[in-house]
Design a protein around this ligand. Structure first.
Ligand SMILES: [Fe+2]
Length: 293
């Protein structure tokens, strides 16, 4: 009776055409514009997964948290209590059966919902021939958020159905170690991660992640990024916790976008551990330290 997946992400960005070029030309997502001129991006049979709208934030502005059923939605809504506001008009525009807005302890706007629009009659067709993304019961991917109080944030999301996957104390420059917490709500190793980023980091979202079904799609995306001049924030590498083989692109909003393959999933008997490194190999930061995971 809890949140079951990351359903969708909304971003506000200064340069929508640049986002469209990045999403369709590097990530291989399918793009269309909605009635308000926002960019709607598809990654699977869902009618949309990312909505990029015009704005100055250049940041993730909303995280859509999905429940598999009305019963789970209502139970989670009850836990949120006064924090949540039901919004039928927004539910209609998002294409979900019901939706409630709340702001989490890090100040991230969230939309708890159930009953999203599935459109298998309009098959997902990547403009680049990307084979597809690992979604379904694992949800859209993962999101990494700046949270000043990791212990409080962990407790908040535990109450909504998340469990800790592991912790990484990430070396961040010569004198700083950042504690990163990874949490899951389905078999995906982590759907949510968070860290108290240094003050110089002004965005709410550190990065987003999509997982391809085929390894070559990651390599092909690296080639496309180099051709289109999309900055690579972190080179190809394998993470120490989910063991994902991934690369990090810099989006037109400055948020990083992890594009990976081959992550392991949470299995019965999962043991929570802590680590001192985010990667087994690779993941060299281009342009100085940033927050990853
Ligand atoms: Fe990640």
């Amino acid at each position: 009776m809890a949140i079951s997946a990351l359903g969708y992400i909304c971003v506000r960005a200064r340069d929508l055409p640049a986002w469209e070029r990045f999403a369709t030309g590097v990530l291989g997502l399918q793009a269309q514009r909605d009635a308000d001129g926002a960019l709607l991006l598809r990654a699977d049979s869902r009618s949309w997964r990312f909505r990029i709208e015009q704005g100055d934030e250049d940041d993730v502005t909303t995280v859509g948290w999905e429940c598999t059923s009305e019963a789970d939605y209502l139970a989670t809504l009850a836990k949120l209590g006064d924090r949540a506001t039901i919004n039928p008009a927004l539910a209609a525009s998002r294409g979900v059966r019901a939706l409630a807005q709340f702001t989490d302890p890090a100040g991230m706007a969230c939309e708890l919902h159930w009953g999203p629009t599935d459109a298998p009659h309009v098959p997902f067709a990547s403009p680049l021939g990307v084979s597809g993304f690992v979604t379904a019961e694992q949800g859209l991917g993962h999101v990494v958020i700046v949270a000043a109080d990791p212990a409080g944030y962990e407790a908040f999301y535990k109450d909504l159905g998340f469990s800790v996957s592991d912790y990484i104390d990430m070396p961040f420059g010569p004198d700083l170690v950042l504690p990163v917490t990874f949490m899951h709500c389905n078999p995906r190793h982590h759907t949510l991660a968070f860290a108290p980023a240094p003050a110089v980091f002004t965005k709410k979202c550190i990065h987003l992640m999509l997982q391809t079904q085929v390894l070559d799609d990651v390599g092909l995306a690296i080639d496309r990024a180099e051709k289109l001049g999309t900055p690579i924030a972190m080179t190809l590498g394998r993470h120490s916790n989910d063991q994902m083989l991934s690369v990090y692109f810099e989006t037109p909003s400055g948020i990083e976008f992890e594009y990976g393959w081959g992550a392991r999933v949470i299995e019965p008997g999962w043991q929570v551990v802590r680590r001192d490194a985010i990667s087994i190999w690779g993941h060299k930061m281009i342009g100085g330290p940033a927050v990853h995971g």
